[in-house]
Design a protein around this ligand. Sequence first.
Ligand code: PEP
Ligand code: MN
Length: 341
Amino acid sequence: MIVVMKRDCEQKEIDAILARLQEMGFAGHLSKGVERTVIGVVGQTYPELAQMLEVFPGVDEVVPISRPFKLTSREFQPRDTTIKVGSVTIGGSEVVVMAGPCAVESEQQVVDTAWAVKRAGAHILRGGAFKPSTSPYQFRGLGEDGLKILTTAKAETGLPIITEVLTPADVELVARYADILQVGARNMQNFTLLDEVGKTRMPIMLKRGMSATIQEWLLSAEYILSQGNRRVMLCERGIRTFETYTRNTMDVSAIPLIEKLSHLPIIGDPSHGTGKWYLVAPLALAAVAAGADGLMIEVHPNPDHALKDGAQSLTFENFAQLMTQLKGVAASVGRPLVSSE
Ligand code: PEP
Ligand code: MN
């Protein structure tokens, strides 16, 4: 349930409610907006609790939230969450583009790609140092050496870094190098990892599990928020269907649906969403037209020789062309691309 406070409520009235909730074993999550201040009450709530809270000074009304996800919901926070990463704001009016190779392979590969995507107008550099792999025989990433390479590329280009963290034990290490922690599709329901990234105050990008419903996905985000980390964005990266022409089926409808159900920013990943480089641009444009706050795109200097996901990686030229097309589509839905100086 959420406790909606009166517009002119005082801080001590808010504090009194938070203290009472704690006494009773509930977690109270405060959200102060321009329009209204609300306290989200998380735990096994019951109708008598609402009646009890209603009589506290400063309370306007107590509203039950019937959805299983609470802190993630629009009811709890009507205004959009915005996440600042360096000079870039994710979830604001502008569209943010994250681009780079699937996996960090070498310093030259990452630095060259970072410059190419920056020149084309990307805002954040992606690259996996710890790679989840379906087969144990595939490339599994350079580990900490890969993180160091990303840091070099960041130092040269100024682009912030997003990279995946695979296990709870690695959160501290990856957080030392990254600007955004990525939780991958295969880990969407790794609840100990979600708890661990929730304890940090780092921006987190939570990818949709390949067979996850929207509700399961939002409940996974709820794990992170309920640990106190509100800097969460979601990423639609395609789901598994009966179709085999594509690697996954990019669920474009998830984008406006998330926008309706949640205040968290939503990013589209047409690279994993389709698995085919020539489908990446059309689906990237579709995602932005559908209201995505950003895109994640795989780019490689030489996709034919990529150690991972070459078939879905764009060349520098194709990425630059996509960025040009994107400007027009973003502008047509009132969402300019973040200007890159
Ligand atoms: C990736 O971003 O390279 C990745 C492994 O993505 P996903 O978790 O969506 O498969
Ligand atoms: Mn990949």
